[in-house]
Design a protein around this ligand. Structure first.
Ligand code: AMP
Length: 345
């Protein structure tokens, strides 16, 4: 790459507004790859310098789009929508620099690799259940891929698993039971810990914590138990928004340790490791232990809460520091130090 200024580029969805606002706050140019149907949203924001219009976000891999990203000296910031639109092979083939380590996105997408990385990182992990015949306690059953919680269900034995799986098949959400992943259900409160690791400073920063607001499971408490039992309610964990959380201060030390342990392990398993933003996703159980059930190896949408900084970023930065702005700052610092290759892949 040249020593020209960089452009921060991303796909128009998920956390694009936060990312491009943060980039502009750091003095960088911004480019959005945007579907025609969403233009009416994104054209409102003056911090977006250029909108590259496409019919479908899959066109990010077209020569025309890649050429424009190259001409503008863009660093592409991956988020959940990129993962939803492209498989790991396609992402790894993208020729323009991607912020962070694109190879670790495969470990996020593949359930087995994901479980391995969490378990090797000295985290308490919600165990996967091999087969429906092994279901003993309460389990959560998930669809493969970045489904955003849609179609997830609870099972407690083989019959309850099969009943729900059949419904999902009828709704064409899955082809068959092989598309489902069974995991032990952890009782407690869900929390999503947003971290940023800089390979330049070698520090893990806790940038914020959120919980998701999910439909329809978060509406269940509005229906009395008797009616719940009578009605044949269909549950789902479809994310519709995010709610901020501030952790008890006594939980913070362990949160940082978990982030650091994850970074250390990923360095060995998926070189160069977990660079940039990531999220540990789990449940605080009744003893205050964090049991991890997932991770995201890139920025999560829950960081949108903290566009003006969070209770944790405020402890470190004098200015409002969103995750998007922190990413842009890393690009600025890397450019100054001639280390852009260390923070992109
Ligand atoms: P995910 O898409 O895996 O992040 O999960 C979506 C939602 O399902 C989370 O926000 C939690 O509410 C819930 N969830 C996922 N895994 C578990 C688990 N092992 N135990 C309890 N709840 C879970």
């Amino acid at each position: 790459m040249t020593s020209r200024d960089y452009t921060i580029a991303t796909l128009g969805s998920h956390c694009a507004l936060q990312l491009l606002k943060g980039a502009k706050d750091e003095g960088l140019s911004t480019l959005l790859v945007c579907e025609k149907k969403r233009l009416n949203l994104y054209k409102r924001f003056r911090f977006i310098d250029e909108i590259f219009v496409v019919d479908n976000l899959g066109e990010i891999t077209s020569n025309k789009c890649l050429d424009r990203l190259q001409e503008t000296n863009s660093v592409l910031i991956p988020h959940g929508t990129l993962i939803a639109y492209m498989d790991s092979d396609q992402i790894e083939r993208i020729s323009i620099p991607i912020f962070g380590n694109k190879w670790i996105l495969r470990w996020e997408a593949d359930r087995e690799l994901k479980q391995k990385l969490m378990e090797r990182s000295n985290l308490l992990v919600s165990k996967s259940v091999e087969s429906k015949n092994d279901i003993q306690g309460l389990c959560i059953v998930k669809l493969h891929g970045a489904a955003g919680g849609r179609g997830y269900f609870i099972a407690w034995n083989r019959e309850s698993f099969e009943r729900h799986a059949t419904k999902l098949k009828e709704q064409k959400l899955i082809n068959g039971e092989q598309d489902l992943f069974i995991q032990e259900y952890v009782l407690g409160v869900p929390a999503f810990l947003h971290f940023f690791y800089s390979p330049i400073t070698n520090e893990v920063e806790l940038m914020g914590v959120d919980r998701r607001y999910e439909s329809s499971v978060d509406g269940l408490g509005r229906i009395p138990a008797r009616e719940q039992l009578c009605a044949d309610l269909e549950m789902s964990y479809n994310v519709v928004g995010n709610i901020p959380i501030v952790l008890r201060e006594s939980l913070l030390l362990r949160a940082y340790e978990m982030g650091e342990s994850f970074v250390d392990t990923s360095r060995n398993l998926v070189p160069p490791g977990m660079n940039g933003p990531f999220c540990l996703e789990g449940v605080y159980d009744k003893d205050g232990n964090f049991v991890t059930f997932e991770f995201s190896a890139r920025i999560v949408a829950g960081t949108n809460l903290y566009l003006s900084g969070s209770p944790y970023s405020d402890l470190v930065y004098p200015e409002p520091m969103s995750m998007g702005r922190r990413i842009a700052r890393e690009v600025v610092i890397a450019k100054e130090k001639n280390m852009i290759d260390k923070i992109t892949s």
